[in-house]
Design a protein around this ligand. Structure first.
Ligand code: SF4
Ligand code: SF4
Length: 245
């Protein structure tokens, strides 16, 4: 039961229900913020904010376009954060065999500063954060407690628009492909982001720079897999990627 999220940004209204629900389920405190002239709040992920709805606007002729990007850990198929942590303390980061969730454990509190810096710089999506008080390194845990009990991650359960989806990897990739085909007719630049490498697959309709700096991997992730797949033709690639998740 290998799991995957499919996040359709075209359906996101930036209501931030997912962001707040994540806080509630994980019993995380609010982050004190102030109005900075942006719809995005707080300004970034932090040790007690595992999910943040990013907001970026740009002009397209006379039109102002608002893009929303509900950001979280991508649960990489071959997580560089785990490779980095394993070099210091095996067991601090785990990959759950059943779901594929990448989990930061209590042992992360014992990791030295260097280890955190290695994890943060190796993560191609700039996700890990360290709690300065407890020393714990934190991020989205796929709501593993809920998923193991047959429930949806709380962000998916809460999303009122259908932007957030979660399920078996094969089923989610099918859904992503079919939605992409539909959107391509109106948005030729529509694309699925890094879908062969991650368990959180985003669908965007414009250049990734119009959403957020770390939409696409900014470093190696599953590079061997990616290089191998790049040599294959599309239909074959499509079937193979379903087998590797
Ligand atoms: S997105 Fe970053 S923190 Fe999440 S699994 Fe991948 S490398 Fe680790
Ligand atoms: S709950 Fe859904 S619609 Fe609301 S911000 Fe999150 S992804 Fe977007």
């Amino acid at each position: 039961m290998s799991k995957t999220f499919f996040i359709d940004t075209t359906k996101c209204t930036a209501c931030r229900g997912c962001q707040v629900a994540c806080k509630e389920w994980h019993d995380l405190p609010a982050t004190e913020t102030k109005q900075r002239g942006s719809h995005q709040n707080p300004p970034d992920l932090n040790a007690v904010t595992y999910k943040v709805v990013r907001f970026r606007e740009h002009k397209d002729g006379d039109r102002v376009v608002w893009n929303f990007f509900a950001e979280q850990c991508r649960h990489c198929l071959e997580p560089p954060c785990k490779d980095a942590a394993d070099g210091y303390l095996p067991g601090a980061v785990l990959k759950d065999e059943k779901t594929g969730a990448v989990l930061f454990t209590e042992l992360t509190k014992k990791l030295p500063k260097d280890a955190f810096e290695a994890m943060a710089s190796d993560c191609p999506y700039n996700i890990p954060r360290r709690d300065e008080k407890t020393g714990a390194i934190t991020k989205c845990d796929m709501c593993i407690d809920r998923v193991n009990n047959g429930l949806l991650p709380i962000c998916v359960k809460t999303c009122p628009t259908g932007a957030m989806n979660f399920g078996e990897r094969e089923e989610m990739l099918k859904l992503a492909d079919s939605r992409l085909a539909e959107l391509k007719k109106q948005y030729p630049d529509a694309q699925l982001v890094d879908e062969t490498d991650v368990r959180v697959v985003y669908l965007i309709t414009e250049d990734p720079d119009y959403y957020h700096d770390f939409v696409v991997a900014q470093g190696p992730v599953g590079i061997t897999r990616q290089m191998a797949l790049a040599k294959l033709t599309s239909p074959l690639r499509s079937s193979i990627r379903r087998l590797i998740g």
